[in-house]
Design a protein around this ligand. Structure first.
Ligand SMILES: Cc1ncc(C[n+]2csc(CCOP(=O)(O)OP(=O)(O)O)c2C)c(N)n1
Ligand SMILES: [Mg+2]
Length: 356
């Protein structure tokens, strides 16, 4: 990973509250040809999968909610390099892309959206509840902020068992305003839990901007009163995200405790599928699209002549094919039977309060 072209200079990490373990000048590493190609493939899959989800939702192929990740892909691309596969991931309801980047079968992600038995959560969770135990994905949570204490709990379990894992706990800028964040931050710092709290700061909670809900708009300051190392990261840059997450993970593994990353990103689409987006201008959206992480990564690949145009076209065709196959699989899969409603509810199979 240390070879190849120098990473982009987009990093804007700052340490507003420079405390134990925090460095205000995190160095940006160069990333290899293989990493850039992987980033391109992964981010293209996330983007195309989500575009397809949007189309399918409009066609009423599946119901429930549907929150698309389009625009935020660099956050997960960076994570995939900064963490190990054995590390744990927990997030909110904008969660279709997480299993994709963690290596879950896209067919099972699509089947979950369709509510089919072959889905990641056996069709019982839908869009907001993607879980994959094998890939250490602990959901997919629809209650805003619910995953914040749970992420710390997972990290606590690893610390208690002397396991060398780190838990990354994603939350939105709106979720970061839940009271449980403060209890969690306090305990995570007291116990020096191996957890990375990531605010996926896309500037809005539904239609409400940070400026309308926060007296202090710099969200990295939320860690200050807990002396938690806290940084702001350019979330349109996979390099900056990978650097920040790798450094935070190293801190967690060393026993130095949690890190807060305020990752500044942007969602190009509405909050969910029914959002007229009156709270922002088209120019604001265009400004972020001009910094698109997929375009950036492809640019680096082309400038370094790492892939021929033919090979790039092959990747694009392969991604299209994976998405189409996932739709076919989801459509052809069976719906759950009524009796499945009572299964997987309690881990204790003879739980006394379950009746036929
Ligand atoms: C406890 C709770 N309150 C309110 C809601 C309704 N709600 C769903 S999403 C959302 C906005 C959250 O925004 P943010 O955390 O910034 O995440 P984003 O959608 O931007 O990814 C709200 C208020 C909810 N699901 N749960
Ligand atoms: Mg938000």
């Amino acid at each position: 990973m240390a070879t190849g072209t120098a990473a982009s200079k987009k990093t804007t990490k700052t340490a507003p509250a420079k405390k134990a373990g925090a460095s205000s000048t995190m160095k940006q590493k160069g990333y290899s040809k293989a990493t850039y190609i992987k980033w391109y493939e992964d981010m293209l899959l996330m983007r195309k999968f989500e575009e397809k989800c949007g189309q399918l939702y409009i066609q009423q192929k599946f119901g429930g909610f549907c929150h698309l990740y389009i625009g935020q892909e660099a956050v997960l691309a960076g994570m995939s390099v900064g963490l190990k596969p054995t590390d744990k991931v927990i997030t909110a309801y904008r969660d279709h892309a997480h299993p994709l980047v963690l290596g879950s079968d896209p067919k099972r992600v699509m089947a979950e959206l369709y509510g089919k038995t072959t889905g990641l959560s056996k069709g019982k969770g839908g869009s907001m509840h993607m879980f994959d135990k094998e890939k250490n994905l602990f959901g997919g949570h629809g209650i805003v902020g619910a995953q914040i204490p749970m992420g710390a709990g997972i990290a606590f379990a690893d610390k208690y068992r002397n396991e060398d894992h780190v838990t990354i706990t994603f939350m939105g800028d709106g979720a970061a305003r839940q009271g449980s964040l403060h209890e969690t931050f306090n305990m995570a710092m007291i116990w020096k839990l191996p957890v990375i709290f990531v605010i996926e700061n896309n500037k809005y909670a539904m239609g409400t901007s940070i400026e309308r809900t926060s007296n202090v708009a710099d969200m990295s300051k939320l860690g200050a009163s807990y002396d938690m190392p806290s940084f702001t990261v350019d979330g349109m840059s996979p390099e900056a995200v990978a650097d920040a997450i790798a450094e935070a993970a190293a801190r967690g593994r060393k026993g130095d405790g949690p890190t807060l990353l305020n990752i500044e990103t942007y969602r190009y689409k509405g909050h969910s599928m029914s959002d007229p987006q009156k709270y922002r201008t088209k120019d604001e959206v265009k400004d972020y699209q001009a910094k698109d992480p997929i375009d950036h990564v492809l640019d680096v690949i082309k400038k370094n002549k790492w892939l021929t145009d033919a090979k790039i076209k092959t990747i694009q065709a392969d991604v299209k094919n994976v998405v189409e196959e996932s739709v076919k699989f989801a459509e052809e899969s069976p719906l759950p039977e009524a009796h499945e409603l009572y299964e997987d509810v309690y881990t204790q199979t003879d739980y006394p309060y379950v009746r036929d």
